[in-house]
Ligand binder design. Structure first.
Ligand code: MN
Length: 507
């Protein structure tokens, strides 16, 4: 048996199912391109039947991202499988991933039918998918709670029907590691044709077991692990890609398994996904949390200075953390900026480079020293978004205090024309948003507002993320400045621009 674990990333499908994590098509494409750099084997790009926007987005990714296999999810239903086929047409290597619940509780309450009927539909779905595509994955949803003999029958028959990957998910996060490993072990022994397919697992984290269950399955013969960046996903999330990959790498002595992942791209991918989804990474998150490599106790710090391996089991650079490197100042030229940007994986030329350079100078004037993180944040918030913003900030004046009413005057550009308005509020941000509202005239609800600083010190850049809602549309926006009120205004206008675009074209 091969010692290679296929890494199947479902950030854009299971991860995107989190309420409010909805991504624009541009953001999905950018994430898919970064996943390609990370060198994942399979990208599950979406669920094409769920909306026309999702279908288009899977198509766009299939067109632009050529190295990994691009998978689309579909229920074991003809119209779903057809939509998947359509979405995957431009793919160099596409995969149709079809699923149905096989546990008695799913058979009875979701499909409202019998085990025999679910078996029949499974075989039919796989056969239809194989007519369209050579690479077909079948998932027995809620496999961990499915009757074992029935599961064996399902696996054997769907492999006979042509499935090339069989997924044994713990869809509800109920399994525990010894049990999920044993399930894979027993299936490997009981199903006669099992070596004709790759066995996969897809574990949820409801009891905090997703990574452990996935690795236990791998030790027992599973060769594909489905996971997400930052462990995003329904409810408590999925197994985190970074945890799976680094556990296999750091404890190769135990697992004796490998992946194709370029682990140096992990940190960047984690940051990108967190920014685009608007979901921050908890500080103590394994591998990618802010504190994951911070040694706080004096005894540990002393030891690690003497020898890194005393408490460090892996280096920050192994996941691509380069540290706070002082790179540029306001005296740096365009060439130095573009050089540093390309080292960080960003491309900016011509007009775009000029625009970025102007914004860079504003930051450099205020901050004096510009770090890699500042540049990353600048590119991710102010760089190309794939569309022209409907609203942009020209000027902002705010007066605030303890005994006076906070007042803001804003000047913004709406589709090329400049407008001015003033507003009062409970605080300077509220006053600014009220002034913007009086010009934009969209009745939106502000669902979330978060402020954090990029790099340290009192000149640190403030990054504001907001999430707004109007009707069924939810979008997020980001803004960056050394001034938190300005960053707040920029984030709000970014979100309003995305909303305008979403209303036009259904992101
Ligand atoms: Mn799932």
């Amino acid at each position: 048996m091969s010692d290679k674990i296929i890494i199947f990333d479902t950030t854009l499908r299971d991860g995107e199912q989190i309420p409010g994590a909805s991504l624009t098509r541009f953001e999905k494409l950018e994430i898919a391109k970064q996943l390609e750099k990370l060198n994942v084997d399979v990208i599950e790009a979406g669920f094409p039947i769920s909306s026309p926007g999702d279908l288009e987005s899977v198509k766009e990714i299939a067109k632009a991202v050529k190295r990994p296999v691009i998978a689309g999810l579909c229920r074991a239903v003809k119209k779903d499988i057809d939509a998947c086929r359509d979405a995957l047409k431009p793919a160099k290597r596409g995969r149709i991933h079809t699923f149905i619940g096989t546990s008695d509780i799913h058979v009875k309450f979701i499909t409202n039918t019998t085990r025999e009927e679910v078996l029949r539909r499974s075989i039919e779905a796989v056969k239809l998918a194989r007519n369209y595509c050579d690479d077909v994955e079948y998932s027995a949803m809620d496999a961990a709670r499915t009757d074992f003999d029935y599961l064996c029958k399902i696996v054997e028959e769907t492999i006979k029907a042509g499935a090339t990957t069989i997924n044994i998910p713990d869809s509800v996060g109920y399994s525990e590691p010894v049990e999920h490993g044993k399930l894979i072990h027993d299936l490997m022994n009981a199903v006669p044709n099992i070596n004709k397919a790759i066995i996969s697992v897809h574990c949820h984290n409801d009891l905090g077991m997703a990574t452990a269950n996935s690795l236990s399955a791998a030790m027992n013969g599973a060769r594909q692990i489905e996971c997400t960046i930052n462990g995003l996903g329904e409810r408590a999330g999925n197994a985190a890609l970074e945890e799976i990959v680094m556990a296999l790498k750091v404890r190769k002595d135990v697992y004796k398994l490998e992946t194709n992942i370029k682990s140096e791209e992990i940190y960047k991918t984690s940051k990108l996904v967190s920014r685009y989804t608007g979901i921050p990474v908890q500080p103590n998150k394994a591998i990618v949390g802010h504190n994951a490599f911070a040694h706080a106790s004096g005894i540990h710090q002393d030891a690690i200075l003497k020898k890194e391996s005393t408490f460090g089991i892996m280096t920050p650079s192994s996941i691509g953390i380069t540290g706070h490197e002082l790179v540029l100042t306001s005296r740096s030229g365009r060439h130095a900026l573009s050089h540093r940007l390309s080292a960080l994986g960003f491309k900016a030329e011509g007009e775009e480079l000029n625009a970025i350079y102007t914004k860079f100078l504003v930051i450099a004037d205020k901050k004096k020293e510009v770090f890699d993180e500042d540049l990353q944040a600048l590119m991710e918030t102010e760089g190309k978004k794939g569309f022209d913003a409907a609203y942009s900030l020209i000027d902002l004046y705010v007066a605030t205090g303890i005994k006076i009413t906070p007042t803001a005057t804003v000047e913004i550009k709406i589709n090329g024309k400049s407008f001015k308005a003033a507003g009062i509020g409970d605080g300077p941000v509220d006053a600014t948003y009220k002034a913007i509202n009086s010009l934009v005239k969209e009745d939106v609800t502000l669902l979330d507002y978060q402020l954090r600083s990029i790099t340290g010190g009192k000149e640190a850049l403030g990054e504001v993320s907001v999430r707004i809602k109007k009707g069924a549309i939810e979008v997020n926006g980001r803004g960056l400045s050394t001034d938190v009120i300005e960053a707040s205004a920029r984030a709000y206008l970014d979100a309003l621009s995305k909303l305008a675009r979403a209303k036009l074209s259904k992101v």
